[in-house]
Design a protein around this ligand. Structure first.
Ligand code: CTP
Ligand code: MG
Length: 228
């Protein structure tokens, strides 16, 4: 197995306040540096590809400088959607890659433990996503009323990184492009092919930074971890 990572960092941060959040300062480093370091430091991950906004590559490379993030193999440009950005990232992987972890720069609190769970699972599965069980009561809302309560015992949230055999995820992305299928993550595209999508336990602390106020939570999580 030759595992590479693709980090997508080509979004424009509309919900964050209309500015790209990848370089926003977080516990002493730009947000993107956390993911790059944590994936790049793993011995069983051979290399990294970082997908950057169109014409934004220099800014990102400059922003990471001085934070000791190590080598990145390629800096492809992203597209209009996350899905397009991932596709460009997959296309930029070197020929020796056999497996890939696809990760959102917007999840800076990814841990070594989670990365290992995913790479271990690749020994038995070709597509693996981390899930966390729903903790809130979940309801179906119609207008401004609750229609019904959803049985949450089989409901989980899905995180990144997500781990795949490279041929399978490339096939899933190509099929999605052909059929015009869109999805908010990559596991969904594997499922759309009718292939098995395995799960590993995700982490409650692996939050996604979507709104500006999420930065305070991510900051607290990273501080707790470094104190451990
Ligand atoms: N992303 C990307 N290319 C896009 C859109 C998103 O690479 N065209 C990346 C983001 O940089 C982020 C991840 O996909 O790391 C998850 O996206 P999200 O949290 O939605 O970030 P943004 O798209 O930047 O935010 P928003 O949707 O609020 O504009
Ligand atoms: Mg988005």
């Amino acid at each position: 197995m030759n595992i590479f990572a693709v980090i997508v960092a080509a979004g424009s941060g509309e919900r964050f306040g209309g500015r790209p959040k990848q370089l926003a300062p977080l516990s002493g480093m730009p947000m993107l540096a956390w993911s790059v370091k944590r994936l790049g430091d793993r011995r069983n991950i051979t290399g990294l590809v970082c997908v950057v906004p169109p014409r934004g590559g220099d800014d990102i490379r400059g922003g990471l400088e001085g934070f000791g993030v190590g080598d990145i193999d390629a800096w492809p440009e992203g597209g209009e959607t996350r899905q397009e950005s991932v596709r460009n990232g997959l296309a930029a992987l070197p020929p020796e890659a056999t497996h890939v972890l696809i990760h959102d720069a917007a999840r800076p609190c990814v841990t070594e433990r989670l990365i290992s769970r995913l790479t271990d699972a690749l020994r038995d599965h070709d597509a693996v996503v981390p899930v966390t069980p729903a903790v809130d009561t979940l309801v179906h809302v119609e207008g401004d009323s609750v229609d019904r309560v959803v049985d949450r015992s089989h409901i989980a949230g899905v995180q990144t990184p997500q781990a795949f055999e490279l041929g399978l995820i490339r096939r899933a992305h190509a099929a999605a492009k052909d059929t015009g299928t869109t999805a908010s993550d990559d596991g969904s595209l594997v499922l759309a092919l009718g292939e098995r999508l395995a799960t590993v336990e995700g982490e409650r602390m692996n939050i996604k930074v979507t709104y500006a106020e999420d930065m305070a939570i991510a900051d607290a999580i990273l501080m707790l971890e470094t104190r451990e």
